[in-house]
Design a protein around this ligand. Structure first.
Ligand code: SF4
Ligand code: SF4
Length: 133
């Protein structure tokens, strides 16, 4: 690149807005349709396993609902889809195939965690507890 051109480019960049944001001090811009963390609302889920069967990343494990939770009669097997976010590719196929519209979607993208990173807490929070735990 010739010097006058380089100088012009340098001066332009000095006065232009930065192309990046200072995350985490500034929030990241997120499109409304961004596919973020999702989980099953267990007041709607019937435990049918369809989402688990259809998941292309094999990341949904049908899991027993702990005894201390009230489970709807529509879920006689007391199972729920547990999503491992570390394996998920966020294709949202599980959401598309669920016949009961049981999935809740969010645009939460901050998924890094040192503890377990799955949907258990969010899903179980959609049920009442039978006893105080
Ligand atoms: S978004 Fe896709 S990869 Fe993730 S749990 Fe659902 S079906 Fe599986
Ligand atoms: S497809 Fe829907 S109803 Fe069936 S297990 Fe998955 S979330 Fe529950």
């Amino acid at each position: 690149m010739r010097r006058p051109k380089l100088l012009k480019l340098t001066l332009e960049n000095l006065v232009s807005k930065p192309a990046t944001v200072q995350y985490p001090y500034q929030p990241t811009v997120i499109e409304p349709d961004f596919r973020g963390r999702h989980y099953a609302d267990l007041s709607k889920c019937t435990g049918c396993s369809l989402c688990s069967i259809e998941c292309p990343a094999d990341t949904i494990k049908m899991t027993p609902i702990p005894q201390e939770y009230e489970v709807p009669k529509s879920n006689p097997r007391r199972l729920y889809p547990l999503i491992n976010y570390g394996r998920c590719i966020f294709c949202y196929r599980c959401i598309t195939v669920c016949p009961f519209n049981a999935y809740v979607t969010t645009n939460e993208y901050r998924l890094a965690d040192t503890a377990k990173n799955d949907s258990s807490e969010l899903s179980l929070s959609t049920l009442k507890k039978t006893v105080k735990g």
